[in-house]
Write a protein that binds this ligand. Structure first.
Ligand code: SF4
Ligand code: SF4
Length: 177
């Protein structure tokens, strides 16, 4: 395992711990639950991720070859798109029923997908309206994660990278087309 990958694993483990602590601290059932994928339907822009995140995501994509045609068609439709809202190309197709596996690359999802709804930046929660309403008055006593610290660690992972953060559209086209 590369040093970069090991550091990303540590970061992902720390995010998992923060998410678990948030669930444990909430007296009401947490809104982010299996099958909720509203945020994945309206990404604000095409995700740009580090090489380290891509290595993990690409491995998850490689594990679901039956979905590659679907992914490729969606990625092709996103070429040239800069801003959202966009539907994530790795979301399961709509079929009108609850979808426990709505993220088809869940184990390899990037850092932003892992922190969304649980982390704040300079006091502002990065999450959907449902999450904001869930802890509207702060009474739940949730300790939000520090998004800037996550971003700093991701920046550090880019030090040995020639390209830093890049679009998942470009990365997919290069590796899977
Ligand atoms: S952040 Fe909001 S939309 Fe996304 S999974 Fe959580 S509750 Fe659902
Ligand atoms: S990678 Fe998965 S969790 Fe992230 S936006 Fe896409 S479908 Fe949602």
């Amino acid at each position: 395992m590369t040093e970069r990958r090991a550091r990303l694993d540590v970061l992902y483990t720390s995010i998992d711990a923060r998410v678990a602590a948030t669930h444990a601290a909430s007296t009401d059932p947490w809104p982010c639950t299996v099958g909720c994928d509203v945020c994945c339907h309206k990404l604000s822009k095409i995700p740009e991720i580090t090489d380290a995140e891509w290595d993990v995501l690409a491995a998850a994509i490689a594990r679901v070859p039956a979905n590659h045609e679907l992914f490729a068609a969606r990625i092709a439709a996103l070429e040239g798109v800069e801003f959202g809202p966009v539907v994530c190309p790795f979301l399961a197709p709509e079929d009108g029923v609850a979808r426990p596996g709505s993220c088809l690359v869940y184990d390899g999802r990037p850092a932003a997908c892992r922190t969304y709804g649980y982390y704040a930046e300079r006091g502002d929660l990065l999450g959907c309206a449902t999450i904001l309403a869930h802890d509207e008055d702060g009474a739940a006593g949730i300790l939000w994660g520090n998004q800037l610290a996550v971003d700093r660690e991701l920046d550090a992972l880019c030090i040995d990278s020639s390209e830093g953060r890049r679009s998942i559209v470009d990365r997919f086209q290069e590796q899977f087309r």
